[in-house]
Design a protein around this ligand. Structure first.
Ligand code: SF4
Ligand code: SF4
Length: 175
């Protein structure tokens, strides 16, 4: 079967629905991406450490608090070249057991939706190599220690946007 070519339809929908997990989580940002957004729109996201007050507490990622990205103008990204890895990697997302994540397509992407039945929830192995796959792979590598390697010594924490509180990371989520 020939490899599927992903074609972004430039609908901007993925930049308008950034808050997921029932309002608890926003677009993930790495430290070097925080300055792309106004300070008031950024909160911490993931951390490791014995406790919230222990010296070992270390921030790993941040998150955008907005459902609609402030950089979306007329359905276009005005920081396209510098956009975060989370954006570059879309519509490919991490899914499944955090010890063995797979890269799948997000069914909420308009291109994927319009191709339902053909491409829905396909593995990236079915797709021709593209910048988005490359970016999502780098994203996965950046988070490997936090999300993938099981560690009994290091506790993992996630910041809940809805409650504005840190919680132990005890559940699976898609990125
Ligand atoms: S939802 Fe899919 S098709 Fe639309 S802009 Fe985002 S990546 Fe492109
Ligand atoms: S930074 Fe650009 S690509 Fe990313 S969500 Fe905002 S508008 Fe969309």
């Amino acid at each position: 079967m020939p490899a599927i070519e992903f074609v972004c339809l430039k609908c901007g929908n993925c930049c308008r629905n950034l808050i997921g997990n029932e309002g608890t989580a926003g677009l993930i940002l790495f430290q070097n991406e925080v300055a792309l957004f106004p300070k008031r729109n950024v909160k911490p996201c993931a951390a490791t450490g014995k406790s919230l007050t222990h010296g070992s507490f270390k921030l790993i990622t941040y998150q955008l608090t907005e459902n609609i990205c402030p950089h979306l103008v007329d359905n276009s990204c005005i920081i396209y070249q510098e956009r975060p890895l989370s954006c570059k990697g879309y519509p490919f997302v991490l899914s499944g057991d955090s010890r063995q994540p797979s890269l799948l397509t997000d069914p909420e992407c308009t291109f994927i939706k319009e191709s339902m039945g053909k491409y829905l929830s396909r593995s990236i192995r079915d797709f021709a190599h593209c910048e988005s796959i490359e970016a999502r792979t780098v994203f996965l590598e950046n988070l490997r220690d936090y999300y993938i390697l099981e560690s009994r010594k290091i506790k993992r924490w996630t910041y809940n946007l809805k409650t504005e509180k840190w919680e132990r990371y005890l559940y699976e989520r898609n990125f």
